[in-house]
Design a protein around this ligand. Sequence first.
Ligand SMILES: *Cc1c(COP(=O)(O)O)cnc(C)c1O
Length: 236
Amino acid sequence: MTISERRWVCVDTDISENLKRIRFDVEEAKAKYRKPDDAVRIMAVTKTVPYQRVNAAVEEGITLLGENRVQEYLEKKDHYSPEAEVHFIGHLQSNKVKYIINSVALIHSVDSMKLASEIDRLAAINGICMNVLAEVNIGGEASKSGVSPDELREFIDEASQLEHIRIKGLMTIPPVGSSEECFERVQTLFSDLRSRQAGKAEMEILSMGMSADYVSAVKYGSNIVRIGSGIFGPRK
Ligand SMILES: *Cc1c(COP(=O)(O)O)cnc(C)c1O
């Protein structure tokens, strides 16, 4: 074994230990707060992480990867283990949709009609129907993207008229320090929307929770937790 191989083995042990702890926490929160057959998927968020370590997480049973940056994704995607499903979770500019439309299964960060329309247009050209989530700016922070809670219903009604996208649920990133209260509010928005199912929208996916707050996200109904540093260690 070369020195660099030995280093990877060592690093993979960290990923394995981290995942063990995260899975334990998720199962514990599910047992406490959720129905027995509720599924919660653990997404590995790959930003800044070399593809070798991403693949090590896939080896450990991760089936879902989250991508933030188009350029970084394009550089790494051909090296990823093909069995993992990839979702786009970062802020997406309309002019970049063309680079990812054919290789991601779900876009979590749809926050404007401009972006929704561009996804719809390119999905039509490519003969697909793209699954998306509406991103909610639950804390009303100017620094964050997302549709404001007040405008969410109208946004979903309008976006769900588009023929080549399908709205599958909501995504949110709460302000630091108020996760719990925000998750509870997004859960309420989600169940309200779910009970009225506008147009083609099918409210199934609630994407919330990151390394610092995934347990509380599971408590409030999340079914995809997006975890980066908790799996791979601090970002450089
Ligand atoms: C980076 C990122 C995450 C993961 O953050 P961690 O705190 O490292 O778990 C989750 N979601 C989005 C949208 C991100 O950009």
